[in-house]
Write a protein that binds this ligand. Sequence first.
Ligand code: PMP
Length: 387
Amino acid sequence: MNNTIFLDNNSTTPLDPEIRAKYIEALDACLGNPASNHTAGWLSKSYLEEGREKIADSLNTSPECIVFTSGATEANNIVILGYANQNSQCRFITSKIEHSSILEPLYYIKSTQGLEVNLLEVDEIGLIKINENILNHDSQTLISIQHSNNEIGTIQDLNKLKSLITSKKYLIHSDISQSFGKLPCSFNDIDADILTISGHKNHAPLGIGAIAFRSKNILNNFQSIFKGGNHEFNLRPGTQLAALAYAFGNATEKSVSSLKESHEYISELTNKLYANLINNISGTILLGPAINDRLPGNLNLAFPKIDAKTLVSKISSKVCCSTGSACLSTSGKNSHVLESLPISEEVKSSAIRFGVSKFNTSEEINKAVKIITNKYAELIQKGELLL
Ligand code: PMP
């Protein structure tokens, strides 16, 4: 990447060099299958279980409540489809701005099994509009609401949601992949029953994620969507990811133990990026919550009169940023998150997402501001305007 400034940390984050070293150590050590009953297997299993313990500790649950997956997409699919497998008469409540790995399995269940799926609307900054009539119902219900949004940085108040539930027949799941390692969101902080996370959003290698259950009893509400083995407490068969789990556990332990410092550092850089861009490009609008109330590191800025895709592609060799979730960038679809907000078409088309991480520097922010400001001015001057 050399001189390219990476400001797309909501899509993925760079591997932490310290974690890379641990990963390589584990790759060399873990030559056995962790399920094998011999010395090589036992050694791999010890790496796998150390990773599991670290994830469990940072989420305030026990190791037998952690199920490793390939990432948050798989974790979310197992939660949604596994709940429907176990409870044939259940219903679901979610929001319109969830990640596609929640929404797509729900659309699938609705169309193939005819199960009830309720999509909560959001307000202008992305906060869910809670409908107590939908919430409180007599049938078995899974409520799936993300902790923070990957595009507009809205942080939902899950404890308030929980306080409004009077029914006994429900579980709360939260996709915390964006918040984990940036905000306190363990089972001590959030009154949820199930949490899903992703390693590569938090400086661990790509290819691992997890489902965390508050208790073993809760895990029993889910039936495997796969056939072919009984690994990972029957929920995710397949040879276990020992070296990845070890790296993931260490990355998690590191970020959770330095949460406050990295939060301060990331917020300082994000505030600087924001202040300079709104100062240089007049009429710029911040989408989502106010700068100090949002997911640390996330900015979503609509620059007046410009097509966001054009600006992003013109600066892409120098600054990496995006117009929305990378998971849908090849689908040709517009962002369903922006579509859910009561904002004009012009604002939607001119919105750019920036994501700052603890590996960015103040100098990079200065350079990025210059590059974006100059390219914006050039496009406006050339008359490359939005409609
Ligand atoms: N949920 C959210 C909120 C995300 O931002 C992402 C990544 N874009 C995912 C789930 C999917 O994570 P993964 O890449 O680990 O499958």
